[in-house]
Structures are given as structure tokens and as C-alpha cells.
Write a protein that binds this ligand. Structure first.
Ligand SMILES: Nc1nc2c(c(=O)[nH]1)N[C@@H](CN(C=O)c1ccc(C(=O)N[C@@H](CCC(=O)O)C(=O)O)cc1)CN2
Ligand SMILES: NCC(=O)N[C@@H]1O[C@H](COP(=O)([O-])[O-])[C@@H](O)[C@H]1O
Length: 223
């Protein structure tokens, strides 16, 4: 049996998408995969509880930007991103999944994790870890935070007829990476935001597993 593919997940909140990955790991939905680390930038993220309550428990880590900058006044936001990259690389993942990670990552993070920049010294990096992100909107529309609410309001103004969600490769430009899985989600006339959001989240829980599986299969073929 080949060794399991290692998945690192970055979160900032409730972790319902993390839970979808936890439930899918090492099942036909996400075969031969195990979550090896969950990193949160918010101490009270319930996703940390989901990880530690999993069976077996998934190791967790927490590092928030503002406390880091307060503790190390000489450091920068980019230094923080390098620390996150160090935590990720040390976990030796085959993929990194941003599942509600609400922090824009610097290009340096991407260069380190994708193996174009070495964490320590001049020797060439030996890693190339794909980073993917779940975003609750369609490619090129409603980039950034609060996308669900913005799409809902645009629908109420008659500007759009539907929205959707996607998982895409992470590049420097937020939400502009190559889409991996894209799903349309209709907004029903008269539907409350909460009901629409619940329907969209259910689709997210499917596509985050599908996209992770696709990327791990791709990395297996490439190796
Ligand atoms: N370099 C990239 N970093 C990140 C991407 C990406 O595509 N490229 N995706 C985001 C996830 N995301 C949307 O999908 C997103 C998350 C957060 C923000 C944002 O404005 N964050 C603020 C802080 C907001 C807060 O703390 O509540 C910030 O980082 O200053 C925009 C888009 C993850 N990172
Ligand atoms: N721009 C990024 C973004 O808005 N991400 C969104 O955060 C939520 C996390 O939910 P969860 O914590 O329950 O998984 C998800 O809806 C995800 O699309």
C-alpha cells in the first residue's frame, strides 16, 4: 500500500469545510489521504476543535499576525508568512488547502511552499507543494472577502442571476489562480441570505473534497 498523501489545512473560522475533509480522508471520496496538520490564524477558530476532536486527532497550530508583530516589532507581515510557510513545509505535505483562511498570503509564502525559494540557505529547494483555496464565488467575480453577501446583494439589485463557488490554485493575486473545480449556485427569488448561504456551503463541502482529490491524483501522476 503506498504511503498516504499528506494534507495540511489552513483555517480561520468554524471549519465546516475542514470537517468535510476530515470526514472524507481515506475514503473513496478522498482515497489514501490523511490530514496531518491544521493551522489557524485565529485562536478561537472552532476548526481547531474539529481537528483535535477527530479520530485520530489531527495536530494543530496557531499563529496570528497581530500578536506575532507585537511580540517581534522588528518583523513584518512577510516574516509572518515565512513562519507559516515554515510550519507548512515542516509538516511535509503533498498539498496545502486554504479552507476559510482569511489572510492574504505574500508571494514569498507561495514561492517557498511551491519550491521556488529555499527556506534556509542558498541550496535549491527540493519541494513543490500545490496550494489551493476555496472561494465562495465564480472565477473573476466577487474576489476577496465577504463574497457571499456581495453576490446576494448583487442578485437583489438584479445585477446577477446566479453565483457559485470554486476551488482554485493560489497565486499572488487574490482569487485569480487557475480554477480546479467550479460550481454554479442559483439564488432563489425571495430566499433569505441565511438559506442561500447554507445551500452554497453544502456545495462548498463537496467541491473542496473533489478539488483536493483531483490535485492529489495529479501529484501522484507527476511523481
Ligand atoms: N496570495 C493569496 N492569498 C490568499 C488567497 C489567494 O488567492 N492568494 N485566497 C485567500 C482567501 N480569500 C478569498 O478566497 C481571501 C481571504 C481574506 C481576504 C482579506 O481581505 N483578508 C484581510 C484580512 C481580513 C480579516 O482578517 O478578516 C487581509 O489579509 O489583510 C481576501 C481574500 C487567502 N489568501
Ligand atoms: N475568501 C475566502 C472565503 O471567503 N472563504 C470562505 O470562508 C468560509 C469558511 O467556512 P468554514 O470555516 O465553515 O469552512 C467558506 O464559505 C469559504 O468559502
Amino acid at each position: 500500500m503506498p504511503s498516504k498523501k499528506r494534507v495540511v489545512v489552513l483555517i480561520s473560522g468554524s471549519g465546516t469545510n475542514l470537517q468535510a475533509l476530515i470526514d472524507a480522508q481515506d475514503t473513496p471520496a478522498l482515497p489514501n489521504a490523511e490530514l496531518v496538520l491544521v493551522i489557524s490564524n485565529r485562536k478561537n477558530a472552532y476548526g481547531l476543535t474539529r481537528a483535535s476532536s477527530a479520530n485520530p486527532p489531527i495536530p494543530t497550530a496557531y499563529l496570528a499576525l497581530q500578536p506575532y508583530l507585537k511580540k517581534y516589532p522588528e518583523k513584518t507581515r512577510e516574516d509572518y508568512d515565512v513562519e507559516i510557510a515554515r510550519m507548512v513545509v515542516n509538516a511535509k505535505p503533498d498539498i496545502v488547502v486554504l479552507a476559510g483562511w482569511m489572510h492574504i498570503l505574500s508571494e514569498k509564502f507561495i514561492e517557498i511552499v511551491e519550491g521556488r525559494l529555499s527556506l534556509s540557505g542558498p541550496e535549491p529547494p527540493t519541494i513543490s507543494i500545490p496550494v489551493i483555496n476555496l472561494h465562495p464565488a465564480l472565477p473573476g467575480v466577487f474576489d476577496g472577502a465577504n463574497a457571499i453577501e456581495r453576490a446576494y446583494e448583487a442578485f437583489q439589485r438584479g445585477e446577477i442571476e446566479h453565483t457559485g463557488c470554486m476551488v482554485h490554485r493560489v497565486v499572488k493575486d487574490v482569487d485569480r489562480g487557475e480554477p480546479i473545480v467550479v460550481r454554479d449556485v442559483k439564488i432563489e427569488k425571495g430566499e433569505a441570505l441565511e438559506a442561500f448561504e447554507e445551500r452554497l456551503h453544502r456545495v462548498e463541502h463537496e467541491i473542496i473534497v473533489q478539488a483536493t482529490k483531483i490535485m492529489l491524483e495529479e501529484s501522484t501522476r507527476a511523481s
